[in-house]
Design a protein around this ligand. Structure first.
Ligand code: ADP
Ligand code: MG
Length: 358
């Protein structure tokens, strides 16, 4: 097992990268503690697979270092790094049985047969493959094949880290939920570092203690699910995580105070703003907006019932502001006023939360 450190890591698929745009991974600095459950969350194309392949050694970084327990492994071969990687699509041997597929990574390393048998049966049981252990892998469904891939990633007990690259893409929705909770349970049992890559916020937030959010080749925030929810460091985190996402409104900051449409709004960080940017934004999640007797004047335009709460859309001039109203609470009709919770209302400059720029 190992602590993983990424230091000024950059990667370009071009031979002579010129500008930042030529880098699939712009500049990543991260510390992954030994034994943690991490998710890497971001939209398609943001650089998640590139980052995993750099860590596993399938790619060599253009710049920067990857350290395992402080030792530079950036140029070591994948075999020497002792990593298990599960890919998005099944990587198995069709002509072998399920059992032999699971045993393969262990036989490859000369693990004694009784130990192999014990591990294969244990992992097979966990993934509901016990009844199919003797079958040829070729005859399985896509789900079944991907479960073998997962099993091959989980079967070794000597790895530094287990990395999953969108492993549930080909899995049926109801089984997805089941496998996800199994992985979580397994992490709690074996306490091995796991990095789980996904573009799905629910998967990331339920699996991981710590979520790394990426956008456009950059890490925009690394934090607990609660930190990402309560204090998005970047507007991207605000709208990518949450349903609906964070409200973003144009704002002016004068003398350390924030103003939206001429109304002063109390924020946690306007006082720290020293610049003169135009294009500042005010961010507040719908959970932290409420109806009040005074405040921002709005018109209520739409109310949608979402079970235990309602999602209300309002307009302040041409700006849309959403809020979440708990079941049973009143929703005014027509004209109303909104209040924002100060501790969860932030000013953003160039996308970054003022006072928390990289
Ligand atoms: P993700 O896994 O988040 O979807 P990737 O790491 O696969 O993102 O891709 C990041 C960026 O690098 C994308 O713009 C993608 O087109 C580019 N890219 C990925 N693999 C290659 C490659 N082998 N050659 C050139 N460009 C690539
Ligand atoms: Mg990918």
């Amino acid at each position: 097992m190992a602590k993983i450190t990424l230091r000024n890591l950059r990667h370009s698929y071009y031979a002579n990268p010129k500008s930042d745009d030529d880098f699939a991974l712009k500049k990543v600095n991260l510390d992954w503690q030994d034994g943690g459950a991490y998710a890497l969350l971001g939209p398609s194309g943001c650089g998640k697979t590139t980052l995993l392949n750099l860590i596993s050694g399938l790619l060599v970084p253009s710049e920067g270092e990857i350290l395992f327990d402080g030792a530079d492994v950036s140029r070591l071969s994948p075999e020497k790094r002792n990593i298990a990687q599960v890919f998005q699509f099944p990587v198995i041997y069709d002509t072998m049985t399920v059992y032999d597929n699971l045993a393969f990574p262990l036989r490859n390393r000369g693990v004694p047969e009784p130990e192999i048998d014990r591990r294969v049966r244990e992992i097979g049981e966990m993934l509901d493959l016990t009844k199919t252990l003797k079958n040829r892998a070729a005859n399985l469904t896509a789900d079944g094949k991907q479960k073998i891939s997962l099993g091959r990633g989980l079967v070794r007990s000597d790895v530094n880290v287990i990395m999953f690259d969108e492993p549930l893409t080909v899995i049926d929705p109801h089984l997805k939920w089941q496998l996800r909770s199994k992985l979580k349970e397994l992490h709690q049992r074996i306490r091995r570092t796991m990095i789980y890559v996904t573009h799905d916020q629910t998967e990331a937030l339920t699996f991981a203690d710590q979520v790394v959010v990426m956008n456009n080749g950059q890490v925009v925030q690394s934090g607990t699910p609660i930190e990402l929810f309560e204090k998005p460091r970047h507007t991207f985190v605000g709208h990518f995580i949450g349903s609906p996402g964070m409200n973003l409104l144009p704002v002016e900051v004068k003398g350390g105070k924030a103003f939206f449409a001429g109304h002063e709004v109390a924020t946690g960080n306007a006082g720290q703003y020293k610049g003169k940017d135009s294009g500042l934004e005010l961010g507040v999640r719908p959970e932290f907006v409420s109806f009040a007797t005074s405040g921002i004047p709005v018109e209520v335009t739409k109310v949608a019932d979402a079970g235990r709460f309602r999602i209300v859309e309002t307009r302040a001039g041409d700006r849309l502001i959403k809020l979440i109203v708990p079941e049973g609470a009143d929703v005014p009709q027509g004209s109303a006023h909104l209040a924002f919770d100060r501790d969860h209302t932030q000013v953003y400059a160039g996308g970054w939360m003022v006072g928390a720029e990289p």
